[in-house]
Design a protein around this ligand. Structure first.
Ligand code: GTP
Length: 159
């Protein structure tokens, strides 16, 4: 278990175990790779981030992950794998989020990208991401660094 503070100084707990906080999480976040690039979305208020969002009443977290990638980037998921789960003790309540790694087959043009401006491809996540105003707060805590490290360490399982 990794425990750290987020951008807003809320406590975050991240684990790579199988659903340690909830079997029925209400939020998802998807680290996406399209060929050699990372696929992000540009949230209209928060800035650049990997796609994700809330699980709807009639779907599973896995289904929400695939849907959010499509809605926010137009990306068709080729394969998707659960990485871990994190718990944020927020000021307005707690949230529990599943993190996934997805490979994207194709980027399709959408009429709307909902609360985002659509897909953004990056060859690398910049080293200064924590201090870079272009990036969303959800990219600025240990979740991103630990998950990227986990993907790298377990590359044979993910690639
Ligand atoms: P909407 O209801 O969609 O407008 O979003 P919201 O921001 O009001 O609600 P949400 O449940 O998505 O998030 C509530 C709060 O939890 C946010 O304001 C953040 O403080 C926190 N939060 C949500 N997602 C994350 C995340 O991925 N990382 C961190 N550190 N905090 C998060």
């Amino acid at each position: 278990m990794n425990t750290f503070r987020d951008y807003y100084n809320n406590e975050v707990k991240l684990s790579f175990a199988n659903h340690p906080f909830s079997n029925d999480p209400k939020h998802v976040w998807v680290i996406c790779k399209f060929n050699d690039d990372w696929l992000l979305t540009k949230h209209k208020d928060r800035g650049l981030e990997f796609p994700g969002g809330k699980v709807e009443n009639d779907e599973s977290a896995d289904q929400a992950a695939i849907r959010e990638v499509m809605e926010e980037t137009g990306g068709i998921v080729k394969s998707i794998r659960y990485i871990g789960q994190y718990f944020v003790a927020g000021k307005g309540g707690n949230i529990i989020k599943n993190v996934y790694f997805a490979k994207i087959d194709e980027l399709t043009l959408q009429n709307t990208y909902y609360e985002t401006d659509g897909p953004v491809l990056l060859n690398a996540i910049p080293k200064d991401v924590k201090h870079n105003d272009l990036f969303s707060f959800i990219m600025k805590d240990g979740v991103l660094t630990h998950c990227m490290g986990h993907i790298k360490k377990n590359a044979s399982a993910f690639f």
